[in-house]
Design a protein. Structure first.
Length: 182
């Protein structure tokens, strides 16, 4: 991108979007995010050719949010089935799979790399947020030492994870986690 060049990302006018928020772009230039229409929040994909597509996880009740897309076009995010019940999702070639940390009260899927490893955040009934990694069908909890709240936001193809955490004083910080084994 050249310095000073900005392109506005506006969904098709016919959709009547009140608000839109891009969240991630992959190496091909495909962009995902969410947009607000009269009937609620929907995920969107704007492909590298400029074509816009909105989507919802089947059964979602007024809220689908897309947060990440990898080089294969796999999309992750969250959806709501009923108020207060949040689930992560993976969309692959139009098929949706729930991404839910076992026993969690809610799961957000924020990032996915080209190997299909997913990172995000979950919490139990106590409301304490933990980061997670889903790799080869296994969930691993990510908690920054001394943190009271952890959120894994993105993972690259080398398995390096970045995210946010809050310390006991309520101060927000960033973290980078390099996986020892892959």
């Amino acid at each position: 991108m050249r310095k000073g060049v900005v392109t506005h990302l506006e969904p098709p006018i016919a959709w009547g979007a009140v608000e839109s928020g891009p969240r991630c772009i992959n190496s091909s230039g495909d962009i995902v995010g969410q947009l607000s229409l009269a009937d609620g929040w929907h995920g969107f994909l704007r492909d590298h050719h400029g074509k816009w597509t909105s989507f919802d996880v089947p059964g979602a009740e007024g809220a689908t949010h897309a947060f990440g897309i990898n080089g294969h076009g796999e999309i992750v995010g969250l959806y709501v089935i009923e108020p207060g019940i949040l689930h992560g999702f993976l969309q692959h070639e139009g098929d949706f799979t729930s991404v839910d940390v076992p026993g969690a009260q809610g799961t957000f899927a924020f990032g996915i790399n080209s190997r299909g490893e997913i990172v995000g955040q979950f919490w139990y009934a106590d409301g304490v947020a933990h980061g997670f990694l889903l790799s080869k069908g296994t969930y691993t909890t990510i908690d920054v030492p001394g943190a009271v709240w952890t959120e894994a936001r993105s993972i690259n193809d080398h398995g390096v994870i970045v995210g946010n955490y809050d310390d006991e004083a309520g101060m927000a910080h960033g973290f980078e986690a390099v996986r020892a084994h892959r």
